[in-house]
Design a binder for this molecule. Sequence first.
Ligand SMILES: [Zn+2]
Length: 376
Amino acid sequence: MQFSKIIGHTALKARLIGNIREGRVPHAQFFMGPRGSGVLPLALAYGQYLLCEAPGPGDSCGTCASCQMVAKLAHPDLHLVFPIFLLDKMKTCEPFLPDWRAAVLEQPYLDDDIWREKINGVNKQLRMGVDIAAEVMRRLSLKSHRGGWKVMLIWLPEMMDPAMANKLLKVLEEPEPRTSFLLAGHANDRMLPTILSRTQLVKVASPDPGEVAEALHLRYPDLTTDEARAIAGRSEGDMLEAFAMAEDGEEELFIFFRDWLRGCYSNKVAENIASSDYFAKMGREKQKGLMTYALHLIRQCMLQWQDSPQLVQAYGEELDFTRKFSTLLDPSNLEGIRQALETAHGHLERNANPKVLFMDLSYRLGDLLRQKERVV
Ligand SMILES: [Zn+2]
């Protein structure tokens, strides 16, 4: 992964490259940012730059033997560490490496849920335990294969067990020369403060809607400008969410949401049951995506209602809908609707029964929407 392949983060990329070129390579860095912001691609691009045989002023060369190996995630001095679920005789990353490699090459903005699905561990707990710590030590004891840097990339370090975290801490306390630890994750509040204090924080911000739209166009050239802008606005800087929405077909989600809310408002039981059957079959990620989308559209309605149409991130039919729908909202029901959707999102994360949850939510939203006596 070259820096130039990552959309956005212009200032951060320049700063990272500048530091390397001036010889300032911290022993350990923590690339931290929200889901879909690009912590993993940035850490990989950083690792590739360190290992590149002919790095330029703005990027790794992309063509030398090292770059080619990093591009396939198969460089002998690029050590990859990530959470796994424990299986008999499979307690280290090594047996999972081919799957992880394939998952990252397919989607460098990978998150833990997609990773879990790839290794058929949907309801299993991902973790990094002492066996992985031993694996890290073993790899650190190896000499650099190609005589340059050794890069130890740890994806989602917040999932380390305390036992592994303590072992890692010892390593970080005694830095080895020409070894770079790159941690890439989303949460620092679940990590040992002593590890954080030995790690330089690299804050990764979410890309802005223009950058998300640009990335969407590169990956899905068939999207129209309006579609890409609508998805980008709705993704709230989460590149992974944006890609998922582009793949699922943005129309489908919008139409489902619109018809569902109409059913809620008019309290049509048969329609609500049909919607909940459809919802139950969506799969957990898409169900959560629908709640996030609903929250986004409610926010857009609120902007209409607050007379801030210049801030509205909706296009085409979606925009027509938010204009009409915003007339059903007022301060008496808005907060209740927002809370109901957020609670539903939280319950889905904790594996609530989707059908029961959806029916309950439909009645609740219907009640709240009818509080204001106007017609869509
Ligand atoms: Zn190179």
